[in-house]
Design a protein around this ligand. Structure first.
Ligand code: ZN
Ligand code: ZN
Length: 334
């Protein structure tokens, strides 16, 4: 029986100055708690970045809340349907940057690469003198990337600037950057321009929007995402598998969390190896005394007992909120 998908997942970012980010964080957090929005949101002096989930009507309220603020009126939401929440909690955090980049001096509202809509990117990517540059990290591009894309050996986006030194030979080319939802490219393409690259473009809305609007053609493998889904299909035109089972090396895009909680790495492990290794990524992890029981999914629900969604709010909850919170706590103590 097909499940009703009455939840949505929203992915978005907005570069816009926020004068009192800590105070705004508090308001924003409260709005999420009161409207049963879960996920991860970063608030900083330079803007907002989030992935959240909620009932369709709650997501609509949330988008109206963000758009209702003139600073964030231009925010674009990538909307996916989902069965249930894609997160177990809500985190709204203040950080100095909305993506940790070591490029705080760059303001994409002043200068950044030219935005390409998915259809424009699709037309341009195979042209002569064009190179496609994946600005994401190893664990992401190992699972999926554009055909012929240049990838960088980085474990974190903050190492991107260092790697640009290896791209000097591409200075005369048209460089098309892409990432998951477009946010990293705002800074990455701005940095390329600063370093003297002339012709720099970025895939607006990232791989996710490209999948929704241009069918995902020539995206090979799956796209790593930062919610409970872990990886999503993008390509409806010519899909392939590029990742290999961490244990036996056969093609596999079954992402699994190692059953050893102190390892917990996210790697592809094929169906057979999953059972054979009891969900562990290595023999050592298989023998770990705290290894979690493997149920064939490799996904482990975090223990939410005692979780308090108001924790971290500066303001004390009022009586209504405490009553609501009580209901919430019961829900999450399964
Ligand atoms: Zn295997
Ligand atoms: Zn492991």
């Amino acid at each position: 029986m097909e499940q009703k998908k009455d939840y949505q997942i929203l992915l978005y970012y907005c570069y816009a100055k926020i004068e009192n980010p800590e105070e705004y964080r508090e308001q924003h957090h409260l709005f999420c708690v009161e409207n049963n929005i879960r996920g991860r949101i970063i608030i900083s002096d330079e803007g907002l970045n989030g992935t959240v989930s909620g009932l369709k009507e709650d997501c609509e309220k949330y988008m109206a809340y963000v758009h209702g603020d003139p600073r964030f009126a231009k925010t674009e939401f990538k909307i996916d349907e989902h069965e249930g929440h894609a997160f177990t909690k809500i985190h709204v955090r203040y950080k100095p940057e909305i993506v940790h980049s070591s490029l705080r001096h760059l303001d994409p509202n002043v200068r950044t690469g030219k935005h390409l809509e998915p259809e424009e990117f699709k037309k341009m990517k195979d042209q002569e003198d064009v190179v496609i540059l994946d600005v994401r990290s190893n664990y992401e591009h190992e699972l999926g990337r554009f055909k012929n894309a240049i990838t960088l050996d980085i474990d974190n986006f903050r190492d991107f600037p260092e790697k640009v030194k290896e791209l000097e030979h591409l200075k005369g080319k048209k460089v098309l950057t892409y990432c998951t939802g477009g946010i990293k490219c705002e800074k990455a393409s701005a940095y390329l321009l600063e370093q003297g690259f002339q012709d720099v473009y970025q895939l607006h809305g990232g791989i996710i929007k490209y999948g929704m609007e241009a069918g995902g053609e020539d995206f090979e493998g799956k796209c790593y995402v930062f919610d409970n889904r872990i990886a999503v299909d993008v390509n409806k035109v010519n899909p392939t598998i590029i990742s290999k089972c961490h244990v036996c090396g056969t093609p596999s895009d079954r992402m699994v969390n190692c059953a050893n909680p102190s390892c917990n790495i996210h790697v592809p492990i094929c169906e057979n190896c999953g059972w054979e290794m009891e969900g562990a990524c290595s023999t050592e992890c298989k023998e770990h005394p705290e290894k979690r029981p493997y149920d064939g999914t490799g996904y482990y629900q975090k223990n939410t007992n005692g979780y308090n969604p108001y924790k971290g709010l500066f303001r004390k909850p009022n009586k209504d909120q405490i009553l609501k919170l009580h209901g919430e706590a019961q829900d999450s103590c399964i």
